[in-house]
Design a protein around this ligand. Structure first.
Ligand code: CA
Length: 286
């Protein structure tokens, strides 16, 4: 699939030149001449990169960037600003918008091409890590799983946290993300302490973690993970809520629970469906 670039530029000549240049380079290009149009566009199509002019007829580039960053879905899109010489770059830095890069007009198209390539490469590296926990994720995990299929003597301990959505409704996204980061840290520590340097820790989805080790370590890892998570759970809640949960079986406080499972090269049933087998192996432990 070609990478998608959204060009937000109101000067028709520049927009046209950029569009045809990047189309020839093999990118899929969309042009928006208005800020509002660009914000509408990203609602249904998330580009791999946005080339964003600062001076637009309606909403300026800074504001567009701010709005993109403030929404979860668009917060990670790389942005390359087109700035005028007289505009002060420190204004960009001051905004702390995580803007990826900028090019000053009049720009050299070769320079712009290199910037675009670098930004996209950097973003690609980041996209194989989970944005919240920074554990291997997505294609990096798929590659590793596929490689495992051909090997002997591995075990995979998987762990899923349930109830996160209700938890986020009650305590907010920040609290939920803290839970995910804490769980990621626990999985990583336990797996590395027990499994040594060869251990591979990653995420299958937002709430499912796993560690691949040798088959001997899996039992011990599951045991220790259960203990550590039981201890950690209390810290995820406000104290009075946690105490209320301990006293009463039925409260309106959203409960987080944990499922775990282990697969090994020997017990792993069907070829090619490792991911599904992992999900099926999960049983409630907390
Ligand atoms: Ca302009």
């Amino acid at each position: 699939m070609p990478q998608q670039i959204l060009i937000v530029e109101d000067e028709p000549n520049t927009a046209e030149m950029l569009a045809s240049y990047f189309q020839i380079q093999g990118y899929e290009v969309t042009v928006c001449g208005w800020g509002k149009e660009a914000l509408d566009f990203v609602q249904h199509t998330l580009p791999d990169l946005i080339i964003l002019d600062i001076r637009l007829p309606d909403i300026d580039g800074y504001e567009i960037c701010r709005r993109l960053r403030s929404h979860r879905r668009t917060s990670q899109v790389p942005i390359l600003f087109l700035t005028e010489k007289r505009e002060r770059i420190d204004r960009l830095a001051g905004l702390e918008l995580g803007a990826v890069d900028y090019v000053t007009k009049p720009f050299d198209i070769q320079e712009l091409r290199l910037r675009v390539r670098n930004v996209l490469r950097r973003a690609q590296m980041q996209s194989v890590m989970h944005p919240i926990t920074e554990l291997p994720f997505a294609s990096l995990v798929e590659d590793h799983l596929n490689q495992l299929l051909g090997e002997k003597g591995w075990a995979m301990t998987a762990l899923a946290i349930d109830g996160l959505e209700a938890f986020a409704d009650a305590y907010g996204f920040v609290a939920r993300d803290d839970v995910l980061r804490a769980v990621a840290l626990i999985v990583r520590h336990v797996a590395e302490e027990e499994g040594g340097k060869e251990t591979f820790v990653g995420q299958l989805d937002d709430a499912t973690f796993f560690a691949v080790t040798g088959p001997q370590e899996a039992g011990r890892i599951q045991e220790r993970l259960t203990t550590r998570l039981q201890e950690a759970l209390a810290l995820f809640y406000p104290r009075e809520d946690w105490e209320a949960m301990q006293k009463a079986k039925k409260t309106s406080i959203p409960r987080l629970s944990v499922r775990m499972g282990t697969l090994s090269a020997g017990s792993y049933p069907s070829a090619g469906k490792l991911r599904e087998s992992v999900y099926r192996s999960l049983r409630p432990v907390i």
